[in-house]
Design a protein around this ligand. Structure first.
Ligand code: ADP
Ligand code: F6P
Length: 324
């Protein structure tokens, strides 16, 4: 394989730049040319493509976002859109493609692969919602960002003796809430995998207050809102009304998507990026790369997408025990 392409797609995540750098530099090291495709599948359809060099990925390993930009592209979901994209790949002489994104992007990669395009996927999403891999690129940074917010909110929560609800991202997956909640010593973690009973949350708040707790942190995953008629602010109001404890709500939103990637995310992205190029060089395609027990592996895209995410109930129970 002489010429490969790389794109980032879907919601961006910290570490995507480190992954692009690893793809570009390890491919050039192997004597390949690398084309950077801008704005995900949208740029693939429109031919928004430029050649990457060793220096075009200089000074980006520590930056959040993605220098290739990202997009959500409805046209790519149509057969006609994908035909255009495949034609662009032919025109540019791109023989293999690295797609960095989440499950939606992997569905797109699967379709390209079925059309005979040599494709490799790297899991780039803060949500950690891909079942086949222990971790996705960007998750660790997002957890640390939430943790920083929890620590700051805890300061003011303690000063005022309040309860604070912190709503975090994750789409339908509660991992950001679970990991940041355990690390931040949250009193309650509300996630879609478990659901919640507002009276239990209130009971815990009152018990905590009675034993002298000065603060109460409730981490609420956005995925629960989809299943619940109340949003975070309404949950906060009900808690305040039922407990008499002054309650504030913070929705962290998109700040969880940005920021300099942690060492873990940079290392994961660098290892996975180099692995993607190795697979393409060996003509081992139609796969996504994952990590289990600190070992990288590759599996068929379809198999990866079919796996069902297992909820870490042990971690959830531990967080409950440690916050009594
Ligand atoms: P993520 O990759 O982070 O899960 P999205 O779900 O928004 O983000 O998907 C990113 C893009 O992947 C979509 O905008 C679309 O271009 C492409 N995509 C998603 N699902 C499909 C599909 N079933 N077929 C083809 N392309 C898809
Ligand atoms: O998939 C990443 C993510 O940040 C989710 O956690 C969140 O639900 C969604 O993307 C937000 O999407 P947008 O950036 O389009 O608002």
């Amino acid at each position: 394989m002489n010429k490969i392409g790389v794109l980032t797609s879907g919601g961006d995540s910290p570490g995507m730049n480190a992954a692009i750098r690893a793809v570009v530099r390890s491919a050039i090291f192997r004597g390949m040319k690398v084309m950077g495709i801008n704005k995900g599948y949208q740029g693939l359809i429109s031919g928004d493509i430029t050649e990457m060099t060793l220096s075009s990925v200089g000074d980006i390993i520590h930056r959040g976002g993605t220098i290739l930009k990202s997009a959500r592209c409805e046209e790519f979901k149509t057969e006609e859109g994908r035909k255009k994209a495949i034609n662009v790949l032919r025109v540019f002489g791109i023989e293999g493609l690295v797609v960095i994104g989440g499950d939606g992007s992997f569905n797109g990669a699967k379709k390209l692969s079925e059309e005979g395009i040599a494709t490799i996927g790297l899991p780039g999403t803060i949500d950690n919602d891909l079942a086949y891999t222990d971790f996705t690129i960007g998750f660790d940074t997002a957890v640390n960002t939430v943790l920083d917010a929890i620590s700051k909110i805890r300061d003011t929560s303690t000063s005022h003796g309040r309860a604070n609800i912190i709503e975090v991202m994750g789409r339908n997956c509660g991992d950001i809430a679970l990991y940041a909640g355990l690390a931040g010593g949250a009193e309650s973690i509300i996630i879609p995998e478990v659901g919640f009973c507002i009276d239990d949350v209130c009971k815990k708040l009152i018990q905590g207050k009675n034993r002298g707790k000065l603060h109460s942190i409730i981490v609420l995953a956005e995925g629960i809102v989809a299943e619940n008629p109340q949003n975070a602010f309404e949950v906060g109001k009900e808690i305040q009304d039922k407990t008499g404890i002054d309650t504030r709500v913070t929705v962290l939103g998109h700040l969880q998507r940005g920021g300099s990637p942690t060492a873990d995310d940079r290392i994961l992205a660098s290892r996975m990026g180099a692995k993607a190029v190795e697979l393409l060089a060996n003509n081992e395609t139609g796969k996504v790369i994952g990590i289990k027990g600190n070992e990288l592996f590759a599996i068929e895209i379809e198999e990866a997408l079919q796996k069902e995410k297992k909820f870490d109930s042990e971690m959830y129970e531990l967080a409950k025990i440690l916050s009594i």
